[in-house]
Design a protein around this ligand. Structure first.
Ligand code: NOJ
Length: 548
């Protein structure tokens, strides 16, 4: 693989700074904490780190409300810390990807503050979506759009003279005003932000909420069940592709940089457009992330993923979890193993069989890391952490929890600080003598899932990830390339990854059926997610990598 195309095969670790490691003892993760743990990530064997937003932010949405896209949140550190971190990671052979959030600002961003002051009709307001309200005194929102976090997508402002004024659009929380992408200042600003971070040595950009940027300026009402799509006034519009063509032109000025899209669109053909030549290099695989633990469904998603990327020659990406969805061990331990944002509010009432979920998550890890393309690992996934469903209400931070009146538990349960060592909270997350507790409480059972405990145990989730990443990196057959399905019994996924005509390859078999199955022909068992049966069969909910 050409060095410049590193991202086609990369194993990318998603690092959620607030919850990774706390260097200064205030209970919140920071860049000093990350720097002190880079050795762990190098040993784990990841190729790159994607950082969730690390910029100055009032933290109304955990950093996705950005008040300065060229700085570092003071609670996390300084720009000098980021520079040092980038250099130290590079020295360890780890690349750095940062999150860029183009759909919205923070309501504390200087542009938004200026827009409030400048008043209706001003150039400052045109960078956002300000509109008069409807109804006799303008007391009704300009249209019926609902916020993705619950409640109306509009908030009314008070004008500088104290009168009730215009409304502004926010597809997420009120503290996240949407940018107007028809405005040239906005376009230039983001191209400049890209250059700023590429210039500091960052290797890639993750584009947040990438299908939402452009809106129909007529801001029409929507039908309640109007599906997202090209005719939708705020999702997946054709003109969003102009943005990515200009971003790609910027990225192409810097060798070996990658643009990764967070694009939620249900239609594979529409998703494929984002990786068309001259646009994004790759997109997150949400269909795979949402897929139930079911062989036929997984095979269908895998085939569709490869088919959608094929015309552009883009690599597929494979994602089991992230900071917005339930942790995989819990999901696979429920009767319903699919993930669906709209139904999250019900999941936390379902019983969870953690042993079953863990077993499946181990098998899923081997399946996922054998597929062609890049793979994402959300911090803690490699430890087998579960969704913390019993966070006390008064400690919950996610705006989704508040804006749905507690109906949707939100995402805090997947964001609990990592356990590193020791037998009691904060499990090495904060240094000895820390002045504050971790910003979300850690379950006491995580004493068995600390990095230290798992390093010392041969059959831990972390050791499985480490072994798999080591084999994946060493094998020319894994990562980018082609795969070939093998004939297999119902409920079994079996495929080959062959390096070339002469070199050896890897044969992956995942058994999601109800009973043990025979292994196909092989030269050696390279790695298994669990023990084989006494007579050498592959048990239920187990996967294996075979050398061929
Ligand atoms: C998608 C991010 O992944 C999520 O965490 C965030 O809340 C929304 N975008 C809004 O920025």
């Amino acid at each position: 693989m050409h060095e410049n195309l590193w991202w086609r095969s990369a194993a990318i670790y998603q690092l959620y700074v607030r919850s990774f490691a706390d260097g200064n003892g205030d209970g919140v993760g920071d860049l000093a904490g990350v720097r002190s743990r880079l050795g762990y990530l190098a040993e784990l064997g990841v190729d790159a780190i994607w950082f969730n937003p690390w910029y100055p932010s009032p933290m109304s949405d955990a950093g996705y409300d950005i008040s300065d896209p060229r700085g570092i949140e003071p609670a996390f550190g300084t720009l000098a810390d980021a520079d040092a971190l980038i250099a130290e990671a590079h020295a360890l052979g780890i690349r750095i990807i940062v999150d860029v959030v183009p759909n919205h600002a923070s309501d504390q961003h200087p542009w938004f503050i200026a827009a409030l002051t400048a008043g209706p009709g001003s150039a400052e307001r045109d960078r956002f979506w300000f509109r008069p309200g409807r109804g006799p005194s303008g007391g009704e929102p300009p249209n019926n759009w609902q916020s993705i976090f619950g409640g109306p997508a509009w908030t009314r402002v008070t004008e500088p003279d104290g009168s009730p004024g215009e409304w502004y659009l926010h597809l997420f929380a009120p503290q996240q005003p949407d940018y107007n992408w028809s405005n040239l200042d906005v376009r230039r600003e983001f191209e400049d932000v890209l250059r700023f971070w590429f210039g500091r040595g960052v290797d890639g950009i993750r584009v947040d909420s990438g299908a939402l940027l452009t809106k129909d300026a007529a801001l029409p009402d929507v039908a309640v069940d109007d599906p997202p799509g090209p005719s939708h006034p705020f999702t997946d519009r054709d003109d969003v592709h102009d943005v990515y063509r200009s971003w790609r032109a910027v990225a192409d000025d810097y060798p070996a940089r990658v643009l990764i899209g967070e694009i939620w669109v249900p239609d594979a053909a529409r998703l494929a457009r984002y990786v068309a030549p001259g646009e994004l290099h790759t997109v997150f695989n949400f269909p795979y992330l949402s897929c139930p633990w079911d062989a036929a469904a997984l095979r269908q998603v895998i085939d569709e993923t490869l088919a959608l990327n094929a015309p552009a020659g883009a690599p597929a990406s494979w994602v089991l979890s992230n900071h917005d969805v339930d942790r995989i061990v819990s999901r696979y331990g429920r009767a319903d193993t699919a993930f669906n944002l709209a139904r999250r509010r019900y999941f936390h009432n379902f019983p969870v069989d953690l042993a079953l979920g863990t077993r499946r998550a181990r098998a899923a890890a081997l399946l996922t890391m054998a597929l062609p393309g890049s793979v994402y690992i959300y911090q803690g996934e490699e430890l087998g952490l579960w969704e913390v469903q019993d966070i006390p209400d008064e400690l919950r931070q996610d705006p989704i929890w508040r804006r749905t009146g507690g109906a949707d538990p939100g995402r805090d349960g997947s964001r609990v600080p990592l356990p590193w060592s020791g037998t009691e909270a904060p499990f090495g997350f904060s240094p000895p003598g820390a002045v504050s507790e971790p910003w979300l409480p850690q379950p006491k059972e995580w004493r068995d899932l600390t990095v230290a405990a798992e390093a010392a145990s041969d059959d831990s989730m972390m050791r499985l990830y480490r072994d798999a990443l080591r084999i994946r990196r060493a094998s020319a057959a894994l990562g980018d390339g082609a795969m070939t399905w093998l004939p297999a019994a119902d409920g079994v996924l079996a495929f080959d990854r062959l390096a070339d005509a002469v070199g050896g390859g890897v044969r992956c078999v995942a058994n999601l059926s109800g009973g043990p199955v025979d292994l196909p022909p092989h030269a050696a068992v390279l790695l298994a997610s669990g023990p084989l049966t006494g007579d050498g069969k592959l048990p239920t909910d187990t996967a294996v990598w075979l050398g061929v």
